[in-house]
Write a protein that binds this ligand. Structure first.
Ligand SMILES: [Mn+2]
Length: 440
């Protein structure tokens, strides 16, 4: 292996380590204590000192620190039931900022919890791995900003002596989507060539991704990555459930396409464009109450189901719209929308929880609070009911819009942890996982 392909000089090598080879995932700041019920990943502390020390390592010799870092995490992923990743963004926030501090606040809050769920599932019996944060720009979602990656990309091309230059992953959207696909074991051609063991064929044993935000704009690349990784049968039975005060169904916000107020439109478009049959009702939104007229049109266009907190009686004429009354009544409607009563086999589900679905009086620490929302009890009960269904296969969960600057006692961080704990724990317990998430 000729080093000169990569580095012209020692200075350039230093520069490369510091800037060109920016890793897309950075270790979380665990601090002291036991995050996520007591699991601390022992591979996270090794970048880059240990790599520098271990000069015999083949990847170190090739100066592929980034791949080495990912490789170590990958080994953890393969053993994990659940993998947590933070995406610290504040994209296109127009009212209250601060969601980029959400992952930190949620991890902080995780230290105070016992590893038991309300239904006595011991989460410490599962392997839950926190791989850190995706390195993103906090404010800009989709701009081509990571110019250094172009240098990396071309060097990479030289190294592989491949005819094709690997695709760019320069903006935040690409970084988030790529990271999720990588977590899911998606076959990324260039990585498969360089490290054959890094990209197992998708489908054997994959962890459930849990994404902690960050603004709601991150849901689009995450859901897209999960959906794109599915086979045809899974796609045909793929649903997204949102818990949110807002439908996020604007076409654009301030002229921008990929924002927290338009992310559900992008998801709907993506499903619509990639399914043979129309994705009628593939998206269910629970708790919506702050709705713009344009969003009603988008809902009709994609036949999105709404479980609204309130509303006029005329809304009930359309069977896509229902009013939240109580947990049992609402869950029956959700079951029907998910086609769970039809006995048609598995439903593949992604759940996105915008923490502002809760009443503003209960959750001040969020970007766009609104009163008249769910209580914490109702949210947890609904999540319990949904993920307890045997036909449900949980393929992803995100919890977004935690803005700790506005908190009292980090209550939105605490709430986010409880939401994750109860969803994951109840799912693992009711689906008889005994360590090791076997996907099929
Ligand atoms: Mn939202």
């Amino acid at each position: 292996m000729d080093d000169s392909i990569f580095f012209e000089s020692l200075d350039e090598r230093r520069l490369a380590i510091s800037s060109k080879y920016r890793i897309p995932i950075v270790p979380p700041n665990h601090g002291h204590g036991r995050p996520w019920g007591g699991i601390i990943d022992d591979t996270l502390g090794i970048f880059p000192e240990e790599l520098r020390m271990n000069a015999e390592d083949e990847l170190v010799k090739r100066k592929l620190f980034w791949f080495k870092y990912l490789y170590n995490i990958k080994k953890q992923l393969e053993k994990s039931d659940v993998v947590i990743v933070g995406i610290p963004t504040d994209i296109d926030v127009e009212y209250r900022h601060g969601a980029r501090f959400g992952p930190r606040a949620i991890r902080d809050a995780s230290f105070q919890f016992s590893p038991y769920t309300e239904y006595n599932c011991d989460l410490s019996s599962f392997r839950i791995c926190d791989i850190g944060d995706v390195e993103v720009h906090p404010y800009v979602l989709d701009e081509d900003m990571w110019k250094e990656d172009d240098i990396y990309r071309i060097q990479y091309h030289q190294y592989l002596q491949d005819k094709e230059i690997p695709p760019k992953w320069t903006g935040n959207i690409q970084r988030i989507e790529w990271t999720l696909k990588w977590m899911l074991g998606y076959k990324i051609p260039q990585m498969n060539t360089i490290l054959p063991n890094m990209s197992p064929t998708y489908g054997s044993k994959n962890p459930i991704p849990v994404i902690i935000g960050g603004g709601h704009g991150i849901s689009f690349p995450c859901i897209k990555a999960v959906f794109d990784s599915l086979d045809d049968n899974e796609r045909d039975n793929f649903f997204v459930i949102y818990f949110d005060a807002h439908p996020d169904l604007l076409k654009r916000r301030s002229g921008l396409e990929k924002t927290h107020a338009s992310q559900a439109t992008r998801v709907a478009e993506h499903l619509y464009n990639n399914l043979e049959s129309h994705p009628d009702g593939r998206i269910i939104q629970i708790g919506v109450r702050d709705i713009e007229e344009e969003e009603r049109e988008t809902r009709k266009e994609y036949k999105i189901k709404w479980l609204k907190m309130g509303g006029l009686d005329k809304d009930y004429e359309a069977d896509e719209i229902c009013r939240y009354r109580d947990v049992n009544n609402s869950f029956n409607k959700i079951r029907e929308w998910l086609r769970l009563s039809n006995d048609k086999g598995n439903i593949y589900l992604y759940i996105s929880v915008d923490i502002d679905v809760l009443d503003a009086g209960l959750i001040p620490g969020t970007g766009t609070p609104d009163i008249g929302g769910l209580s914490g009890r109702e949210l947890i009960d609904l999540l319990h009911q949904v993920v307890s269904e045997k036909e449900i296969k949980l393929y992803g969960l995100d919890v977004v819009e935690t803005a700790p600057d506005r908190n009292i006692g980090n209550i939105s961080g605490v709430t986010s942890v409880r939401v994750i704990w109860e969803t994951i724990g109840t799912y693992l317990k009711t689906h008889n996982r005994s360590g090791g998430y076997v996907r099929k």
